[in-house]
Design a protein around this ligand. Structure first.
Ligand SMILES: [Zn+2]
Length: 270
């Protein structure tokens, strides 16, 4: 049987009841990829929501709507992309850079032995140097991806791993208050550095630093469990694969299906 520990719980110790301020704690794991949160420490015994539980996946969907409405300036894009960029990409880039440098060393060696002409040497070196230059520096990797990925915060969230998502929530939010009757957020309180993003997105700010995101949660309550890929989504997966060259893993994250399933869909549909 799956345990609650087998799936990262991005919201642990984050949500509070918006009526009574009580922290909500993880109560049970359903085996369908989400948990329920309910009043843990009860601050006000008369809270009318005391017996209600919140579904974590609905909170996540609402959060994703919030992220989609936060648009990013180029400076913010760089900041966020640097933050969530996976180590794998950096390692892959380093590997390719090392390979290019090794190639240049080999060409030099061959040239010193006199087995290739000056012209051949020049052409080979120029080719390797061009490739090396095109890879950029690992610390500037964001320039490769930013134009397609980072239109808003959701695009970055979608390619982040569960562990990165958890870290992101913790670093992003100082407080978060939800409505246990609707499973959605009411007020989000970002850390001061991020408040400007919420202000620019036009969320009402009933108290300084606290943003009312209720409107985006409308209609989100307890939808069916995670969907399978529809024909439209399959078409979109194929388009993104072809036009933006997203990896199977990135596509899986974006569509909430496994990367094996993405591979299967691409093979099935040709
Ligand atoms: Zn309460």
């Amino acid at each position: 049987m799956a345990s609650a520990n087998s799936i990262p719980q991005p919201w642990n110790r984050i949500p509070h009841c918006y009526l009574c301020d009580s922290p909500l704690r993880c109560l049970s794991y359903t085996g369908r990829g989400y948990t329920y949160y309910g009043h843990g420490i009860i601050l006000h015994k008369d809270c009318p929501h005391i017996k209600l539980n919140v579904r974590s996946d609905v909170l996540t969907w609402h959060w994703e709507r919030v992220l989609a409405s936060v648009r990013l300036t180029p400076e913010w894009r760089k900041l966020f992309y640097d933050h969530v960029r996976s180590e794998d990409e950096v390692l892959e880039l380093r590997r390719r850079r090392d390979w290019c440098k090794e190639q240049i060393r080999r060409i030099n060696k061959i040239y010193q032995r006199g087995t290739i002409s000056d012209n051949e040497y020049d052409a080979l070196i120029a080719q390797s140097e061009r490739e090396l230059a095109s890879l950029g520096q690992p610390e500037h990797l964001d320039t490769i991806h930013v134009p397609t990925y980072c239109e808003n915060l959701l695009t970055i969230w979608e390619v982040a791993t569960p562990k990165e998502r958890r870290g992101w929530i913790v670093q992003f939010l100082r407080g978060a208050y939800c409505n246990c009757a609707t499973d959605t957020w009411v007020l989000l309180e970002p850390h001061s550095a991020f408040q400007v993003l919420f202000r620019e997105a036009g969320f009402p700010e009933p108290e300084p630093g606290r943003f009312d995101v209720k409107a985006l949660g409308a209609g989100l309550r307890r939808p069916e469990r995670k969907r399978k890929a529809t024909p439209e989504q399959v078409a979109e997966i194929k388009r993104l694969r072809k036009e933006q060259g997203l990896s199977l893993r990135q596509l899986g994250k974006r569509f909430s299906i496994s990367h094996e399933r993405v591979r299967q869909l691409l093979n099935e549909t040709g």
